[in-house]
Design a protein. Structure first.
Length: 654
RNA sequence: GCCGAUGUAGCUCAGUGGUAGAGCAACGCUUUCGUAAAGCGUAGGUCGUCGGUUCAAAUCCGACCAUCGGCUCCA
């Protein structure tokens, strides 16, 4: 006799076992009609038709796009319909695994012939047919033995069933879309929506390769991505977001704004053009200033270093496949993939005392990593990049305060780009299975990092087992203007590299004895290439004035104002403003259009009237008229906006 | 590295076996103009690379390279 607690606290009592549908019905027939599943005790989602045998809290799930549980049910079910459609169209297809994911679902399959986008219309048509038939999802639960027997000969499904049993499952369930035994069925734990008719707004999105169990040496499968929403509106909005991401694509905007290019003959390395390099340098200058304020010293270490050095650091053994190596006069060298070994060598010059700690060594370190060809992606994922890298050499007792200070610096930096503290996710990656060091020091290190985050006024979530083999780390993910997450900052505690059997970085402690220091690897922006790519997409190329490559464009109406325009330009240049004059023989309308398309922040029109009055006609990128201030007022306004690092409308960090 | 798709002028794209095209940008001339495109003209491409089929290849076939969407990787 289950007692069922509703979200409003009301308790329903039933005489015997009851299904989710019956619970919904007892609340109201309208709810029963809209219900697609139930959630028990806040964690277990179930089919509407399954029996509830225990006392529990219940939530009736209805098909709504703002309910993740509803989307989970819809997408999981849509994955089945997709699979059924493909099996119908491509006999011999083997199914592996089809879960819901962010933004949709996928199904990993093995088809007799390759699948491509050209197959989508047929698949979607077949799906629509199944959906239109509004066939029920029927659950069939078998014993372990019968379940295993049913998957006999199906390599992937058999494996799934075995794994379910290994996880402690007492039964094996199948779902059919229609009458069991007649309709198409799939091994599946569920849950699903009551019938295929609920999957009104579904779409096949893309096809990609995937490995079975994510193992490169295992079978190559085809992964078909799709998505499903409760109604057309949700699907439309989703497609719109994808369009928006395309519109902001940094490769497209980079081309339009002439920021950089990539050479086909030199994949994975960026050629920065004047406009792009201007932003890049501004970023570096900005970080340099922040680092100074936080007590860092800046160094510069060699790009190419001897193999022997990387052998000592361990990189040669553990990171070799990602390093560009070379040889000269019978000695092996490699281009550095990281800056840490160089910084330790700088630290080790001269005897260090406990008074020298913490020592914060920063470098805009140029690194090369031989990323797999298929991993390259615009400026986001490259083989040559520069990090705002630094290593903090400190003692055990200094770790926490160093991490606190780092977190505060990071929040302040992100805020300057419009990523507010609430838009930064902090993960604490804890000890992995393969690790060095004793549990007591891991306990200490993980606690120090976690406490530091809290002291800096942030929260964190734990990523169990995701730490480096030598120590735990914090990872900082920021969310851009269209809600996409980018992991940028990180700080990692490393007792290994400065230890005696590695590069042996020591200091003389208070009691006169020599001790090995600890090391914190840390970046805030990460790869400047990638961070700049993120900024391009975040701002859609419409940078805040302080970062913009062309801050002001002066538009003389006719040749008669060119001299005055050049004089105004000189005035702005003297204050460090990035400014150009459009001296072309175009009409004003054309100059304005070009300035706007070029995403210039401000343009100042100079006609006969303005020259005579000593003013400019001032307008911004959004075509808002900003009046006709005197030239001096205009210059002052521009300078103060730069100095304040003011953000465009809608980007203000809280 | 793996799966799928794509590669034609600086950019966006058309061209399915028979002499490589358009718009924009560039350049020249004319126009000197008031807030999103003045007019006319000129120039620009071994069709990603290499090989094959064919009287003839941007087009068909093969290999390779790069890019895109994923996977994998990121001690």
């Amino acid at each position: 006799m289950p007692r069922i607690t509703l979200p409003d606290g009301k308790v329903l009592e039933f005489q015997g076992p009851v299904t989710g549908a019956q619970v919904a019905e007892s609340i109201g027939p309208g709810l029963r009609k809209r219900a697609i599943g139930v959630k028990l005790d806040g964690d277990e989602i179930r089919d509407l038709g399954r029996t509830i045998e225990r006392d529990c809290a219940i939530k009736i799930i209805t098909a709504k796009d703002d309910d993740p549980d509803a989307l989970y049910l819809l997408r999981h079910s849509a994955a089945h319909v997709l699979a059924e459609a493909i099996c119908a169209l491509h006999p011999g297809t083997k199914l592996a695994y089809g879960p819901p994911v962010d933004d949709g679902f996928f199904y990993d399959i093995k088809t007799p012939a390759p699948l491509s986008e050209a197959d989508f219309p047929a698949i979607e048509a077949k799906m629509q047919e199944i959906i239109a038939q509004d066939r029920p999802f029927v659950r069939c639960e078998l014993s372990k033995e019968d379940g295993l027997a049913r998957t006999e000969g199906d390599k992937y499904k058999r494996d799934n069933a075995e794994r379910a049993i290994a996880r402690g499952s007492e039964t094996i369930s199948f779902y059919s879309t229609g009458t069991p035994g007649q309709a198409w069925e799939d091994l599946c734990a569920g849950p699903h929506v009551p019938s295929t008719g609920w999957l009104k707004a579904s779409k096949v999105m893309s096809v990609a390769g995937a490995y079975w169990h994510g193992d490169q040496n295992s079978d190559q499968l085809t992964r078909v991505y799709g998505t499903c929403f409760a109604d057309e509106k949700g699907l439309k909005q989703h497609l719109h977001r994808i369009e928006e991401a395309k519109r902001r694509n940094h490769r497209k905007i980079g081309k339009e704004m002439n920021l950089f290019h990539l050479e086909e003959d030199n994949p994975g390395q960026v050629f920065w053009h004047p406009a792009g390099w201007s932003i890049y340098v501004t970023l570096m200058d900005y970080m340099r200033q922040k680092q100074r304020e936080h007590g860092y010293v800046e160094v510069h270490t060699p790009s190419v270093m001897a193999r022997s050095l990387f052998e000592k650091s361990g990189h040669w053994d553990n990171y070799r496949q990602n390093m560009f190596a070379t040889e000269s006069e019978k000695r092996d060298y490699a281009i550095k993939p990281m800056n840490c070994p160089g910084h330790i060598l700088v630290f080790k010059q001269g005897l260090k005392s406990y008074r020298d700690l913490p020592m914060r060594i920063a470098e805009f370190g140029s690194c090369c990593r031989n990323e797999a060809a298929g991993a390259l992606h615009g400026v986001m994922r490259v083989r040559g990049f520069v990090q705002d890298d630094a290593h903090i050499f400190c003692s055990d007792s200094q770790v926490e305060s160093e991490v606190v200070d780092f977190c505060k610096m990071l929040i302040a930096v992100y805020a300057d780009f419009g990523f507010s503290k609430d838009n930064v996710l902090v993960k604490l990656a804890t000890r992995p299975e393969q690790r060095i060091g004793d549990d007591a020091s891991w306990d200490r290190a993980e606690k120090a990092l976690g406490d530091a985050v809290l002291k800096a006024g942030m929260k964190y979530v734990v990523s169990p087992g995701e730490g480096a083999f030598y120590g735990p780390k914090l990872e900082f993910t920021l969310f851009d203007a269209i809600g996409r997450g980018w992991q940028c900052g990180t700080i990692q505690l490393d007792p290994n590299l400065p230890s005696k059997n590695r590069l042996d970085a020591t200091y003389v402690s208070e009691d006169g004895s020599k001790k090995n220091c600890l090391m914190l690897h840390r970046v805030i922006l990460g790869s400047l290439e990638r961070f700049l790519g993120i900024l391009i997409e975040h701002f859609e190329g419409k940078f805040p004035l302080w970062l913009a490559p062309e801050q002001v464009r002066i538009l003389p109406i006719s040749d008669a104002q060119i001299e005055a325009a050049r004089a105004l330009k000189a005035k702005l240049v003297a204050h460090g403003v990035r400014v150009t004059v459009d001296e072309k023989a175009d009409m004003l309308g054309a100059k304005v259009r070009e300035a706007r398309l070029a995403r210039v922040n401000y343009f100042a029109v100079l006609g006969q009237k303005e020259v005579e009055a000593g003013t400019v006609s001032w307008q911004n990128q959004q075509a808002e008229k900003l009046g006709t201030p005197t030239q001096d007022e205009f210059v002052a306004a521009v300078l103060s906006e730069i100095a304040e690092k003011r953000l465009p409308k809608g980007f203000a960090a809280s």
